[in-house]
Write a protein that binds this ligand. Structure first.
Ligand code: PAF
Length: 296
């Protein structure tokens, strides 16, 4: 696959695990710390926030761009997932990223590839693990590979994919990967819509509907804080989403922030998570439910 030439003075494009490993090892030998932001490209302000957070934490920043086929189920949007490599590289260059790691599928999954990382337990017993069977095994496997290839000191992940973040934390701990997982707050547009590469699919009308998701979550968080039981508050939220124009709701759930086990009642803390479709576009979002009102 041909990628645009790197601009003269700065960003390095690596396409193989051995090239990336050599570069990261050389930086570490030079006494520098290395950070990794795994992405699937189509970079937006949310990704840029991950990069900025990492710049503050380490000396060198690597961003991987790889649309990982194994985390998409049959019939999902793998083939139409936005691919904007030239724009992505220009953005990374502008942000002073050191390396863009852009492996090809045959490099990541060569013929005969037969290994998976499956995170079990409560983190993968609900929510997107049910709505998207196999998704998190694909995510854990590719993120595990990327972390082993780069061996970064720190890796940044967005809170927007909250279940993914918790699963990756669990995996990094369980496999002693020796990497700090840095969570970064969700970036939202002026109407509170969580930024996502999939927002590119939305028509203007659909975007108006999509912008209600965070508002309904905020309202539901208020109801939970006021004592409405978890299942009741979530059922009401799902109903409101449908009434407002969402075409289907996979879940609205109130759960423990660490284990993601469902909570019957608000007792000082928890996470409210939702997945719903506008037209054919699937959106996810989540907010912390704490003793003070969450700002969106
Ligand atoms: O969040 C994403 O974009 C992807 O799931 C990730 C972590 C880059 C793995 O492919």
């Amino acid at each position: 696959m041909a990628y645009p030439k790197p601009a003269p003075d700065h960003i390095l494009i690596e396409q193989t695990p051995s090239g990336l490993r050599r570069w990261c090892a050389a930086r570490r030998r030079a006494g520098e710390t290395v950070g990794l932001v795994p992405t699937m490209g189509a970079l937006h302000e949310g990704h840029l926030a991950l990069i900025t957070a990492l710049h503050a934490a380490v000396d060198r920043v690597v961003v991987s761009i790889f649309v990982n086929p194994t985390q998409f189920a049959l019939g999902e949007d793998f083939t139409r997932y936005p691919r904007t490599e030239a724009e992505d590289l220009a953005k990374l260059q502008g942000l002073g990223v050191d390396v863009a790691y852009m492996p090809t599928p045959d490099v990541m999954y060569p013929t005969g590839f037969a290994t998976e990382i499956a995170v079990n337990g409560p983190l993968t017993q609900g929510l997107d693990a049910i709505a998207r069977p196999g998704h998190f095994t694909g995510v854990a496997t590719v993120v595990g590979k990327l972390l082993l290839q780069a061996m970064p000191d720190v890796a940044a992940f967005g809170e927007k994919d909250y279940q993914q973040l918790q699963i990756i934390r669990r995996m990094a701990r369980d496999l002693d990967l020796g990497v700090e997982i840095l969570p970064v707050k969700t970036v939202r547009d002026a109407h509170g819509l969580a930024l996502s590469s999939r927002n590119a699919y939305l028509t203007d009308d659909e975007r108006q509907v999509a912008r209600q998701l965070n508002k309904i979550l905020a309202k539901t968080a208020k109801a939970l804080r006021a004592g409405t039981p978890g299942p009741e508050a979530c059922a009401e939220a799902a109903q409101s989403l449908l009434e407002i124009g969402f075409s289907s709701v996979d879940y609205v759930a109130f759960a423990d922030s660490d284990t993601l086990k469902p909570l019957a009642q608000f007792e000082g803390a928890g996470r409210l998570l939702a997945a719903a479709r506008v037209g054919n576009t699937r959106l996810i979002d989540n907010i912390a439910v704490g003793n003070i009102e969450t700002e969106l």
